[in-house]
Design a protein around this ligand. Structure first.
Ligand code: FES
Length: 109
């Protein structure tokens, strides 16, 4: 584990375990997190819609936006930003890096 700018990174999966276009689900400190792979880049956001706690990771991906399956709010998976109503609050975005073949999620100290 390495500390970088007050962020600690934790390995969550092998890079090869997430195919391009796929996603995986993990729990980080009891928070549900979904990790998307778009091409060769990984993005992680909290797996919970800020509108009414819908499971964001079950939604379709449209470019870099995930569509909440419950009422259609959208979030940018690169930033966590809410981009369409009925969600008005951003969701949590986690930094992700690949280190020695491992996908790692960053948590603030
Ligand atoms: S719970 Fe996601 S749009 Fe309502």
């Amino acid at each position: 584990m390495e500390v970088e700018n007050e962020i600690k990174y934790f390995p969550v999966a092998g890079e090869d375990e997430i195919a391009p276009g796929e996603r995986i689900f993990v729990d980080i400190n009891n928070d549900p997190v979904v990790i998307f792979r778009v091409g060769d880049v990984f993005y992680a956001i909290k797996d919970m819609c800020t509108h009414d706690r819908g499971p964001l990771g079950d939604g379709d991906l449209d470019g870099f936006e995930v569509v909440c399956p419950r009422h259609g709010a959208r979030f940018d998976i690169r930033t966590g930003k809410a981009t369409r109503l009925p969600a008005v609050r951003d969701t949590v975005m986690y930094p992700v890096r690949v280190n020695d073949g491992q996908v790692e999620i960053g948590l603030a100290e």
